[in-house]
Design a protein around this ligand. Sequence first.
Ligand SMILES: NC(=O)c1ccc[n+]([C@@H]2O[C@H](COP(=O)([O-])OP(=O)(O)OC[C@H]3O[C@@H](n4cnc5c(N)ncnc54)[C@H](O)[C@@H]3O)[C@@H](O)[C@H]2O)c1
Length: 239
Amino acid sequence: MRLSGKVAVVTGGAQGIGRSICETFEREGAKVVAVDMQKAEFESENITGYALNVTDRTEIEAFFKFMMDEYGKIDVLVNNAGITRDALIHKMSEDMWDLVIDVNLKGVFNMAQVIGPQMMEQGSGSIINIASVVGEYGNVGQTNYAATKAGVIGMAKTWAKEFARKGAAVRVNSVAPGYVNTEMMKTVPDKVLDPIREKTMLGRLGEPQEIANACLFLASDESSFITGHNLSVNGGLRL
Ligand SMILES: NC(=O)c1ccc[n+]([C@@H]2O[C@H](COP(=O)([O-])OP(=O)(O)OC[C@H]3O[C@@H](n4cnc5c(N)ncnc54)[C@H](O)[C@@H]3O)[C@@H](O)[C@H]2O)c1
């Protein structure tokens, strides 16, 4: 098993890509804590749901204490929680901008600010920020979302440098999915998705498991010499 003995935290773990990451890590031997707005239920006793809003710093401090009391360490952090509030820039309200920045960008900052130093103290760890192809090449109607997804790639590269100081083997990478079949995609009409399928070399959307597989590689010791990397998992949508 590729994550035996490891403790992993996955934000947005209740559904979609996050849930698939939780279940994949668990199958590979990790103890997993799935953080989400509401406490999620799982069949395996090795996945624990925990209600936490990644924008709430007080809740995050309490969560960190819970992790240390219950598990004593955190080996893997996947910053996966994310939302969209789409509109062309001239129609994008300040609230739409603020909300997406708060969850997708500041939420990632909040979690890493608390957990990164703990990993440095432990001497090892792997942080994975879930970005998006939209952060790599932009998208009409997603000024806020593109800004956050480009931002989490930049933060991963920065933390790859910061958290590896003092001899700590803390690796930080990002994964940039293309379009993946989840609840988030249900808000996107077929007239938008059909041309995306056509432009994707593999001719289809991705599945959550295919993103989870990339995260598994970056979480495991198989990627022990990979840090500061952005791994595009998009079926060839952006070459
Ligand atoms: N689905 C895609 O095609 C796609 C493509 C590229 C990137 N992504 C990214 O992958 C990640 C997961 O996407 P998904 O499609 O599984 O989304 P989803 O909407 O199915 O799941 C997101 C989860 O995040 C949780 N969440 C939202 N705000 C939160 C907060 N403040 N605190 C804690 N949890 C919160 C939600 O409750 C939900 O369970 C997101 O970061 C998304 O931007 C998705």
